[in-house]
Design a binder for this molecule. Structure first.
Ligand code: HEC
Ligand code: HEC
Length: 164
């Protein structure tokens, strides 16, 4: 029995490590997952988070500013769990390795790995009202909040519409 339990734990562990680490910080959930899905820190390298957190007043045309202490606490959390510091998670590793050292993207959706994985999506699949933006991860990835982005859990809204 013990052996079976540890085998299950091992298998679950492996499947999770293939994604990105789920968000485990309440302040982050409160402040960074109110306007949109709480992007996991492991989706961008540390330098990207530092850049993004350094200009929250001009946050993609929105004002997402916070007091200095919260900015510091959140930046620490993001850097500690950033993609370059989460190399034991396969997706984080792939994201990190896809970005040239000289570039600092502030969008997950602009990282080369992300672009490659989503290159087959049609524009109409993204612009439809159920999705609206490629940054709306949960519209297609039903397990995104668990850090799991596997193909088998993808459900593109109205997918049948585009079947040829
Ligand atoms: C006032 C609303 C608001 C708050 C609060 C907010 N954001 Fe955003 N965020 C936006 C908008 C709007 C976008 C652009 C979304 C789009 O292009 O679809 C965005 C986009 C992003 C993106 C880029 C997504 C992509 O890959 O295209 C990241 C990363 C991000 N936010 C992180 C954060 C973090 C970290 C915090 C907390 C410090 C935060 N946001 C708080 C409104 C907000
Ligand atoms: C319009 C639907 C849609 C949206 C929105 C979307 N994705 Fe995807 N995603 C897909 C599809 C389709 C694939 C490709 C699946 C395949 O061929 O393996 C994919 C692949 C991925 C993969 C690779 C999975 C693997 O196992 O190879 C990751 C990681 C991922 N998406 C993350 C994200 C994140 C993070 C967001 C939000 C910033 C996002 N996606 C937004 C549809 C979407």
């Amino acid at each position: 029995m013990k052996k079976i339990v540890s085998l299950i734990v091992l298998i679950v562990g492996i499947s999770y490590a293939s994604g990105v680490k789920p968000v485990d910080n309440q302040l982050y959930k409160d402040e960074c997952a109110s306007c949109h899905f709480g992007f996991q820190p492991g989706l961008l390298p540390a330098r990207s988070w530092v850049k993004l957190m350094g200009d929250l007043e001009n946050h993609f045309k929105d004002d997402a500013s916070l007091d200095k202490k919260d900015v510091e606490t959140l930046t620490q959390y993001l850097v500690k769990n950033s993609s370059d510091n989460s190399r034991n998670y396969k997706r984080s590793r792939k994201i990190t390795d896809s970005i040239p050292r000289s570039s600092t993207p502030v969008r997950v959706s602009q990282t080369p790995y992300f672009k490659k994985e989503h290159r087959e999506l049609r524009e109409t699949m993204i612009s439809q009202k159920e999705v609206k933006s490629i940054a709306n991860c949960t519209a297609c990835h039903t397990t995104a909040s668990k850090g799991v982005y596997k193909e088998r859990y993808i459900n593109i809204p109205n997918y049948g519409k585009w079947d040829d």
